[in-house]
Design a protein around this ligand. Structure first.
Ligand code: COI
Length: 352
């Protein structure tokens, strides 16, 4: 099914103001955005319009009660092509968006609409995809409740929008993480597995406290005993021991990263032995000498090594360039795949 999307082009593109050598992360936005409104039980007024602010009622319910979800994915400049771009597993984002929507009592966006909106927007703004090494176009689909009503109930009206920003690396060094034992990111039965706005807002305070102690990010532990490692900041966590790679198995309190899933599949494809299982902080400490590397994965962050982790005042250093192996091999594999440079054994890459 093809949806009818109205297009209003910008009068003048802002692309000449964009310096691809100096991008940063998330501060520059492309010319256009996609917007749709959910009214009377259906998605209406599908449109691509110039990027710009929304006008909202002060009573907009998302602002008060947090019915807001988002996704993140990237488009890449296809190697050896002046114009073609690639998208990495966009259907997975559409599916996860709808899992988040269901949990937050929000309407689903049909996967076909999500993908068509994405493709039409990218087609229009493809010139913004950086062709500089390490650059990508970060795409942010999101939905929020728009009823102007302050009773607590699921909103009847919603806005779904997508905007894009050219980005460079999110992090540019190995990170120091603090094992968090006082605060929790998520609880069983809660919303930790969704990409709802509140999960990120609630992490800011404990993260700021850890940063005051000299850390970059938090290594979240389970909310019941604070014994099991869960995830790191906005990323999933991997430990490479001498003879096995371990990543915490998915639970209700972990975000099922699409990069996580891709890294697991790619590592196995490259011949590494990888186990998804519960991983305790105690195991990381007891087997500290056997750790070759720790790394984290996410769409924005891609794959970043950890310098080490802090636990109850002791810092366990891990990063040793001579031992880095699995992370760099899988990173390179996925990077070349995303740029359309190698054949794609998993059918993950879409060319536009
Ligand atoms: C992503 O990797 O897309 C994320 O969700 C991180 C984002 C909050 C910057």
């Amino acid at each position: 099914m093809k949806f009818e999307i109205k297009v209003e082009n910008v009068k003048e593109s802002r692309i000449s103001q964009f310096d691809p050598e100096n991008i940063g992360f998330g501060k520059i936005f492309t010319d256009h955005m996609f917007v749709a409104d959910f009214k009377n039980g259906e998605w209406t007024d599908l449109r691509i319009v110039p990027y710009g602010p929304f006008s909202l009622s002060p009573a907009t319910s998302a602002i008060h009660y947090g019915q807001a979800i988002f996704e993140g994915l990237k488009a890449f400049a296809r190697a050896e092509s002046e114009t073609e771009i690639t998208l990495f597993r966009p259907s997975e984002n559409a599916k996860r968006f709808n899992r988040s929507a269901t949990r937050m009592a929000m309407p689903e966006v049909p996967e076909a609409l999500f993908l068509q909106a994405l493709n039409e927007l990218l087609d229009l703004d493809r010139g913004w995809v950086p062709r500089t090494p390490g650059g990508a176009l970060y795409i942010r689909p999101y939905m929020f409740a728009t009823d102007d009503f302050i009773g607590v109930k699921p909103s009847e009206n919603y806005r779904f929008a997508i905007f894009c920003c050219p980005v460079g690396p999110y992090y540019n060094k190995a990170l120091r993480v603090k094992v968090e034992e006082d605060y929790s990111r998520a609880a069983p039965g809660g919303v930790g597995f969704t990409k709802c706005a509140g999960n990120y807002g609630a992490a800011l305070y404990p993260t700021a406290l850890a940063q005051k102690e000299g850390y970059d990010q938090i290594l979240w532990t389970d909310p019941i005993e604070h014994k099991f490692v869960e995830e790191t900041g906005t990323t999933n966590f991997f430990a490479v021991f001498d003879n096995e790679i371990v990543t915490p198995s998915l639970t209700q309190t972990l975000l099922a990263g699409i990069t996580r899933d891709s890294v697991i599949t790619a590592l196995k494809h490259l011949g590494y032995s990888l186990t998804e299982r519960p991983l305790t902080v105690k195991e990381l400490i007891d087997r500290h000498a056997e750790i070759k590397e720790l790394f984290i994965t996410g769409t924005a962050a891609t794959l970043i090594n950890l310098d080490g982790f802090g636990f109850r005042g002791t810092y366990y250093s891990v990063y040793d360039e001579t031992k880095i192996d699995a992370s760099q091999e899988v990173k390179k594999f996925l990077e070349t795949l995303k740029l359309g440079r190698v054949s794609d054994p998993f059918n993950w890459v879409e060319i536009l």
